[in-house]
Design a protein around this ligand. Sequence first.
Ligand SMILES: [Zn+2]
Length: 159
Amino acid sequence: MEVNVEGCMAQEHASLKRNQGAARNQLEKLMRNYISKYYKFSLQCEDVGCAYQTRKMPLLFSSGGPVCPACRNSNLQLEYSEAQLYTQLAYFQNIFDFSKAENNLSKEEKGSLQAGKEEKELYDRMKISTDKILSKSAYGIVNLSTLFEGLFQQDSSSF
Ligand SMILES: [Zn+2]
């Protein structure tokens, strides 16, 4: 059993090594898809029965947030929230963090770890891709400025 698992892992490493350019592209594409999903700012009714979807912010608000114009009974929420995006991107960053994974191993596991310098470099390069995308997107900052854009414009014109 153990031999099989190790054989599988060796095979996976070998194919990852051969296709590392393609693997990196695939990872970056996947992460960008999540980012654009977030930037659609699609709103969805909390009520699963209603499930109204829109990209337009309604004018009516309650204490719970924007009121759904379809059922007028529930609030709209972002279909894909900033927190969800962050969790997703951080997950990608995490799975390729070789040093972090290595630090979480017990002494015994570290002893039987067979990854060499080459494997470590491979993971590092994948992680660099995730770092790059995370820092480039800076979605938190962009989101806040777009969210308050209208308000600031109104404020300055009333002075
Ligand atoms: Zn609704």
